[in-house]
Design a protein around this ligand. Structure first.
Ligand SMILES: C[S@@+](CC[C@H](N)C(=O)[O-])C[C@H]1O[C@@H](n2cnc3c(N)ncnc32)[C@H](O)[C@@H]1O
Length: 361
């Protein structure tokens, strides 16, 4: 439709146009700001403010071995975005307790720089993605750069630490089984953040982490050594449809079920490897069942990450189901029951995650 015919049939509403332009300006600021959060995180600029603020730009630069002119501009952009607090009286910058919790505390469940690292990395495949839109081909998780894997670990890891025992406690009978000493396989474990949290919470249980991505498994093994749990955590390079073992008490998948090329086949394999009383815990991004329910700030983030990373990963694998990161409970239930499970329920929700319990019967 040309502009002329569009204008006749569907005239432009000036107020709506201004709103959209304003939204675009906010988004443009956020887009360039995202790269600067990664810079500040990597160069220790937030950490310097947290350790010793309020500081002048010269003091931040001196403490981080960086160039003052860049740091000054960065600090001003951060203050404009509300990520850093500026005192015009003293020309000094600082982090409020909330800013420090979100930007400088690596262990905080609200720590965000990992998420920025993840998103900035995923966006780097934009040329490949454009081509993939044309061909419909997938892009494997392993084809991204290392920041995607590290960002995922840093973003999700603290939230798993904060929620894991509540989530497992919400599953029928699983907490008692693992306390007594159970067998767990964590599928699609990445750098092993959830696997290691399980091992720490349940020292009498044995845990295996599996992932098809060899480089992630190598990091996961190092993380288990550092955490002091390598004696009871094993990691293996294999796929969700092929991992070994039987009679598991618990199979877990953290934010990865929708990444699988063949989620129905994966469900069938999980069923084969679970014991009769075993439980499958599936942690997925929070989503409503209908598209319109996900047209929210979180839905935008999740659909966008799904477009650049999750859906291409699924399309790169056998079957190429492309479930997407905003599938919601109903669609996830359909896939799980198609794979042979009869019991499926949502046991917990946070602002960003839903936790499902599936049992063979
Ligand atoms: C978003 S990351 C989540 C990693 C980890 N579960 C976490 O939450 O930190 C998705 C992971 O699924 C893995 N993955 C994707 N498809 C897989 C498959 N078919 N079999 C095993 N792992 C798979 C990827 O390699 C990646 O490590």
């Amino acid at each position: 439709m040309t502009t002329e015919t569009r204008t006749e049939a569907d005239p432009i509403d000036g107020r709506k146009l201004n709103e959209l332009v304003e939204t675009s300006l906010v988004d443009l600021g956020a887009t360039v700001h995202a790269a600067l959060v990664v810079v500040g995180d990597e160069l220790g600029l937030y950490a310097a403010l947290d350790d010793a603020g309020p500081l002048t730009s010269a003091e931040v630069a001196e403490g981080t071995d960086t160039a003052e002119r860049y740091v000054r501009e960065w600090l001003r952009s951060q203050a404009a975005g509300g990520y850093v607090t500026y005192d015009p009286e003293t020309d000094r910058y600082d982090l409020s307790p909330e800013q420090a919790f979100v930007l400088a505390d690596e262990e905080s469940p609200a720590f965000m720089p990992g998420a920025f690292q993840l998103v900035a990395s995923a966006a780097r495949i934009e040329p490949d993605l454009r081509e993939a839109f044309r061909t419909g081909e997938g892009i494997g998780w392993h084809e991204h750069d290392g920041d995607l894997f590290h960002g995922t670990e840093r973003f999700f890891g603290p939230a798993y630490g904060a929620n894991l025992t509540d989530w497992i406690g919400a599953l029928e009978g699983v907490d008692a089984t693992l306390r007594a000493g159970g067998c767990v396989v964590d599928v699609g474990c990445g750098h092993g953040a959830p696997t290691i949290h399980i091992a720490e919470a349940y020292p009498d249980s044995t845990v295996v982490g599996v992932d098809y991505h060899e480089a992630s498994i190598a990091v996961a093994r190092e993380r288990a050594e550092t955490a002091g749990v390598a004696d009871r955590v094993d990691f293996e390079v294999t796929t969700a449809r092929e991992y070994d073992g039987a009679d598991y008490d618990l199979v877990t998948m953290f934010n990865c079920f929708h990444d699988m090329g063949d989620p129905v086949g994966v469900a069938a394999h999980v069923r084969e490897t679970l014991g009769d009383d075993g439980t499958w815990m599936i942690v997925e991004p929070y989503a409503e069942d209908r598209v319109e329910g996900n047209l929210t700030p979180f839905g935008r983030l999740a659909y966008s990450i799904s477009t650049v990373a999750c859906t291409p990963t699924s399309l790169s694998q056998d079957v190429g189901y492309g479930l997407g990161a905003q599938a919601g409970e109903e669609r996830t239930r359909d896939v799980v029951t198609e794979g042979g499970f009869t019991h499926f329920r949502c046991v917990a929700e946070t602002a960003t995650n839903m936790v499902f319990e599936a049992k063979p019967q």
